[in-house]
Unconditional design. Structure first.
Length: 660
């Protein structure tokens, strides 16, 4: 976007709200202008294409009043460290960092500190930024350190303290990984609500107090709010509810936050479930108090609030549906990639051997960010007295001894057998590998061809052909958690219960990602709508469609269904983007039956010819063959309680009885 530079005030730029919205920055954001970066807010400008910059910002960018320049939107990471070109800082590093918070830092820029930060005299001190880590530029946030050149005594957050160690993300960066959309959305809302003038009123918008944030404990809600507020140039006042036991105390705490938070500011109220949950002592009064609080925030200019809760169900509907909270953001539990980054951040300074972070992430399904940190602390404690390095075996032990806080519901399992226990079915195993394992282990091969991997598969065929067995083996091969759900188990006669069951199953799978969510007998759960005598199944189908369409939010979760009657499933579930890959498992042929007989655990006698036995079992499914082997073993035990093998006579008798 081309702008005409006009003289404004430092340190933030001002631009027309409509043009910023056209650039994808409705509440403001970071722009690259000339050789510098700067945070720009919506504001009053003399003409739509004007960009107001202060003298220092113009000097940093290398532009002057009247220049027409190209300004591009920039997504900058939070800076770990900003190094100033001085041998000694003029004030405490923390004070200097606070003065720069919410601003963009680019090497070569000059930044100005007023008397409040350099000793109380009447001078303004200008210092040049020598470097930014990670480069080339970054946003100054609450975790950013300011240092003099050559000063490496205090390593930046998340950085290794010793030379030669790997560069690791900070814990905050790890928790924010994969949350770019949520971060940008929240930054936009906070920028809108804390802007220099009352933009909702200026634009004729309804009054708004803030945003409602939903997510389990330890998923990065605090870090997200801090990063978004820094991007909006606002200070954060976090309200603790840990010692709130009476309604009057809650009123006092919230009232003090509204009155004392400096503007532009954000009041962050976390863990609302502590006073609004089912176990809270005064839950019935909390809704009224929160409604009063929202009104108070909305009435104060340049103040916004973020209410955080583990589940929206803990709050009264009058709060969640309040027009003062028009935006709800949901923060998912850490997926495998975020857990990998968390391990890298937590172990960055710990003396450790080379660790397989991918494997550690795969072993921590259901772990929150706090759980990962707890496991690393436990592993460190296990080696502290020996002075040795943390090994992968020690971390694995620590993981086993750390209870996942997101595992209050049953987590998925990883089956103990893989494709080696699946008889034949080479084509089926290949197609499952392509559709499930490749997207999890090498997603780049799909990106190179510009396609998204399939997220849904349907296995169909007669009963007993091994649909569930092969999917369990697939879960082992992929290393994914495995959730098996019988279709009829989710059906409930009470209105809304079945739909909630569907949502909870998907939520558990997301928490344990990468995961395989397997719906057995899905025809019972999602029959063709309009044919049932009850509306429950129609609502369940709608819930399934909603969850399956949330591809971006579902993460590394593959949905697999199995049925004996594909024709009974609602057609909307069978189209591309849902259960788009259909794989038939028919009755096993001769080679498949022979392969199964070669891997069963049944000890055969010397007189048993497996080739002849395979030929004699035509028409039997895998389940039928397994049942026949069990019947032959029982026949051997009836004949001789100390028998250690199955003879041809036992097999012949079993097949005759089984066929009969």
């Amino acid at each position: 976007m081309r702008f005409t530079i006009r003289t404004g005030n430092d340190p933030f730029g001002r631009a027309d709200p409509t043009l910023l919205a056209a650039m994808g920055l409705p509440g403001g954001g970071t722009l690259r202008v000339g050789r510098s970066h700067l945070v720009v807010h919506p504001g009053d400008v003399p003409r739509p294409t004007a960009l107001l910059l202060g003298p220092l910002s113009m000097s940093n960018a290398g532009v002057k009043d009247g220049d027409v320049v190209e300004a591009k939107r920039a997504m900058l990471p939070q800076a770990y460290r900003v190094v100033l070109a001085v041998d000694e800082l003029p004030a405490e590093p923390q004070a200097l960092a606070r003065s720069l918070q919410g601003r963009a830092a680019t090497p070569g820029d000059e930044v100005e500190f007023d008397a409040a930060y350099v000793g109380g005299d009447d001078r303004h001190v200008r210092l040049r930024i020598e470097s930014v880590e990670p480069g080339p530029a970054g946003l100054v946030g609450s975790a950013t350190l300011v240092a003099a050149r050559g000063d490496r005594a205090a390593p930046a957050a998340g950085r290794p303290a010793t030379p030669g160690r790997r560069k690791a993300p900070s814990t905050a960066d790890a928790l924010l990984a994969g949350l770019d959309t949520e971060r940008e959305t929240l930054t936009g809302w906070l920028s809108l609500l804390t802007s220099p003038r009352d933009l909702p009123q200026a634009w004729g918008l309804p009054a708004v107090a803030g945003v409602l944030l939903e997510g389990p404990a330890g998923v990065g809600k605090s870090e997200l709010v801090a990063a978004a507020a820094a991007g909006a140039g606002a200070a954060v006042k976090e309200v603790s509810l840990d010692l709130v036991f009476k309604p009057q105390r809650l009123i006092d705490v919230l009232e003090a936050a509204v009155k004392t938070t400096p503007t532009p500011g954000v009041v962050f109220v976390d863990r609302l479930e502590a006073v609004a949950g089912e176990d809270a002592m005064f839950r019935s009064q909390v809704a009224a108090i929160l409604r009063w609080f929202l009104d108070a925030v909305a009435e104060r200019p340049r103040l916004a609030c973020v209410l955080a809760v583990s589940s929206l169900g803990a709050l009264d509907r009058s709060v969640t549906s309040s027009p003062l909270l028009p935006r709800h953001l949901s923060i998912p539990p850490p997926d495998a990639q975020r857990r990998k980054l968390l391990f890298q951040a937590a172990l960055a300074r710990v003396p450790a051997d080379d660790l397989d972070y991918e494997r550690l992430a795969a072993r921590t399904a259901g772990f929150s960010g706090a759980d990962v940190l707890a496991a690393v602390v436990h592993a460190s404690a296990l080696v502290a007295h020996t002075g040795g390095n943390v090994t992968e075996q020690i971390v694995a032990r620590a993981i086993e001894e750390t209870a996942p806080s997101l595992g209050t519901v049953q987590l998925g399992e990883v089956p103990s057998y893989g494709f080696e226990r699946v008889a034949n079915l080479a084509d089926v195993k290949q197609r499952l590998t392509e559709a499930v394992i490749w997207p999890m282990t090498d997603p780049g091969r799909f990106a190179r061809l510009g396609i998204d991997p399939p997220r849904g598969l349907l296995l169909y065929g007669p009963p007993g052909t091994g649909k569930t067995y092969v999917i369990r083996a697939l879960a082992h091969e992929s290393g994914a958690a495995f959730f098996a759900v019988k279709g009829a188990e989710l059906l409930d006669k009470f209105v809304g219960e079945s739909e909630r069951g569907v949502r909870e199953v998907f939520a558990r799978a997301r928490a344990a990602a990468p995961a395989i969510l397997f719906f057995d007998e899905i025809d019972a759960l999602a029959p063709v709508r309009g044919r049932s005598t009850t509306s429950v199944t129609d609502s369940v189908v709608a819930a399934l469609l909603t969850e399956m369409d949330g591809v971006g939010e579902r993460g590394d979760v593959v949905i697999i269904g199995a049925t004996n009657r594909r024709d009974l499933i609602d057609p909307a579930l069978l189209r591309a983007g849902r259960f788009e890959v259909h794989i038939e498992l028919g009755l096993p042929g001769l080679e498949a039956r022979r392969a199964l007989l070669g891997i069963v655990d049944t000890p055969f006698g010397a007189d048993v010819d497996l080739d002849q036995l395979a030929a004699a079992t035509a028409g039997l499914s895998f389940a039928d063959l397994t049942g026949a082997m069990r019947e032959a073993a029982l026949n051997a035990l009836r004949r001789d309680p100390s028998a250690i093998e199955v003879t041809q006579a036992d097999l012949t008798a079993a097949l005759a009885r089984f066929a009969g």
